[in-house]
Design a protein around this ligand. Sequence first.
Ligand SMILES: Cc1ncc(COP(=O)(O)O)c(C=O)c1O
Length: 395
Amino acid sequence: MLDPTFPIELVRSSYPALADGFAYLDGAAGTQTPQPVIDAVSAAYRAGIGNVGGAFPASDRSGAIVAACRAAVADLVGGHPDGVVLGPNMTTLTYRLARAIAGPGDEVVVSRLDHDANVRPWTQTGATVRWAEVDPVTGELPVAQYADLIGERTRLVAVTAASNILGTRPDVAAIAELAHCAGALMYVDGVHATPHGPVDMRALGADFYATSAYKWSGPHIGAVVADPALLETLRPDKLASSPDTVPERFETGTAAFADLAGVTAAVDHLAALVPGTGTRRERLLASMSAAEEHELALFAVLIEGLETMPHVTVYGKPARRTATAYFNVAGHTPRQVAEHLAGLGVNVWNGHNYAWELTGALGIRDSGGAVRAGLVHYNDRSDVDRLLDGVARLG
Ligand SMILES: Cc1ncc(COP(=O)(O)O)c(C=O)c1O
């Protein structure tokens, strides 16, 4: 049942780009930007910003932007503002943290469900690598295998909170319990999961939670959130002259200050998707729950429509998932399907989408992967209908 109380028309009207008439089902690769985020970025530039730590007001403004951004990201994921490390994207930050956390003599556990950005940074540390396998039919990541994979030499377990192609939400909390019992750290990739529902990194058992603002209506900025006390124990490579405090120690070079103002505006936007009261954290939890319900109700129509078409193969059937579908159409390459849909005004992705190990496990990486159609909070029933109609025409 579609939720009639979710204010979809109001939400859509915040996004100027949606006026071009395309059905934006490519949100898993990056969402569109609402007006308040565009305004916040341009307001930062208009007001005048300087590098942080100077003796003049424009420098203070940048300092305030950074502090507000850390507080906003902490509210979004349930973390501590002093543990929010900001950077250009999740991949860059994960490489940086991986070098500081693991090395030869350690063991790391990675999974074939993960985006490559939560695999290669760990496998390239020189640590011994242990692999968690996926069930290629269901798209699930069975938890039981972790009891054998995690041992006393395990330094870290890296796992995604949701697959960026199948949408699978593995039981991260159960994996974290096994990791913590063995004294290992948990690095959770929340890039795909964050836009699709409320996040509580502590409930997930995440020692590190990575996210990217451009997946949830913000600018191209990444963040990794951890307990500041844990960050204090790590020594990343850094310049002699840059701050040694936490979290600044993990941030290289000059930040994109105006974009950070946009990140805060994006969090405020998400907190206000539905009317609510209370702290921003409380409003975020309510708003993102409503968004998840909205997405999953639409997704039920989308996935049922695809699964009943005889010329379509849908990959995975995970029990808990985001509104993300990955499929192929008989007689057409994924690229041909994406081009056909683009011609009908429907944006979808084709390829492996950096889910390198997973598309390998599905046996489709070398043949061009598949087509990904994903829903976010601004998608509506007509987006779904246009996708289904376009795919049906290929039958
Ligand atoms: C699940 C997942 N993890 C990591 C990444 C990489 O994020 P970034 O582009 O911020 O490096 C992506 C990007 O698509 C993703 O979907």
